[in-house]
Design a protein around this ligand. Structure first.
Ligand code: ADP
Ligand code: MG
Length: 301
């Protein structure tokens, strides 16, 4: 069985301090998990602000290097990727989706510019018709079309449309992994489900694996195959998403769930969400259940 991504004992330390003392703290502390190439999945990283999610995402995207530990994508240590060709090849396969699409797209540039540029760089398209065909095909995959987007500036699209356009852009190179860092937190609540449902479609139809980073337990519950819960850089609990979220074991996970699904909100939470979309939560996959569930020792401090 070949692995798509291996995150092995990865730690990222930062220095802190000044006048009153110095030291290092671990933004990400000894995190390990593996995604298999043959089984695309939505792998969710949950944790409150500051728990190390973005730092981990940036290491997986090879934007920053771990202090210790290794990350391998399709067998290649990210640390060993040198030269523009190898970098391009990595970027072709691993694409980011960011939180705020209005920050990703320059407000003074038409959004089609990004799609066309990516088609030229990564899809080998050069003629206008070819470039437009690539852009249109990618937009169709996210429920849009080039006709709807062409010639428009970012502010002429809704947040949901713009995030879909960002996802379309990420699909043009034909990636096998998307790393989506809080992709729906800037999107209207009413549109969130349509974006996360899109991730499921991409997983099932395009066989793309998705690392979905969120602090939103409701969407995490709804679309994830597996989940890890992070607190202060440490994975405190991991396993099949519904098992973990239905019955969290670690005190932090329990707290996280209680804070979201308080008695007042529980009816409107996961169940309300399912009602809204007219769909129930996904059936727990038998395969997903094969993953072992693990729990970190509660921290004493
Ligand atoms: P999250 O995405 O879960 O909110 P982050 O990964 O952004 O968490 O941050 C984790 C911790 O690491 C935070 O305490 C943050 O302040 C710290 N951190 C992130 N990047 C840096 C950096 N470049 N230098 C110093 N500290 C950082
Ligand atoms: Mg973050």
């Amino acid at each position: 069985m070949s692995d798509l991504l291996i995150v092995d004992s990865v730690t990222k330390s930062y220095a802190f301090g000044g006048l009153f003392g110095r030291g290092t703290f671990k933004a990400v502390d000894n995190v390990s998990f593996t995604l298999e190439a043959a089984r695309p999945e939505i792998f969710t990283i949950v944790g409150e602000s500051g728990s190390g999610k973005t730092t981990l995402a940036r290491m997986i995207l090879n934007l920053i290097a771990p202090t210790s530990g290794t990350i391998r994508f399709r067998g290649t240590d990210l640390n060993a990727i040198r030269g523009s060709r190898a970098r391009m090849d990595f970027m072709r396969h691993v694409q980011p989706i960011f939180q705020n699409p209005f920050e990703v797209f320059n407000p003074l540039k038409k959004v089609d510019h990004y799609l066309f540029m990516t088609a030229r760089r990564f899809a080998g398209a050069s003629k206008t018709a070819e470039v437009e065909a690539h852009a249109d095909a990618a937009l169709q995959k996210v429920g849009l079309s080039l006709a709807e987007v062409k010639g428009r500036f970012p502010h002429e699209l809704s947040g949901g449309q713009l995030q879909r356009t960002a996802i379309a852009r990420a699909l043009i190179p034909g990636p096998s992994l998307l790393v989506a860092d809080e992709p729906v937190s800037m999107v209207d609540a009413s549109l969130r489900m349509s974006i996360v449902n899109l991730f499921r479609t991409l997983r099932d139809d395009l066989r793309v694996s998705i690392i979905y980073i969120t602090h939103d337990l409701a969407t995490a519950y709804y679309i994830s195959d597996r989940i890890i819960i992070m607190q202060k850089g440490v994975v405190v609990e991991s396993g099949p998403a519904r098992q973990v979220l239905d019955n969290p074991q670690h005190p932090y996970s329990i707290l996280l769930k209680e804070s979201v699904l308080s008695p007042e909100t529980i009816g409107e939470g996961i169940l309300g969400l399912a009602r809204h979309t007219g769909e129930g939560p996904p059936e727990a996959s038998a395969e997903g259940g094969a993953a072992t569930r693990t729990l970190a020792q509660p921290r004493s401090s």
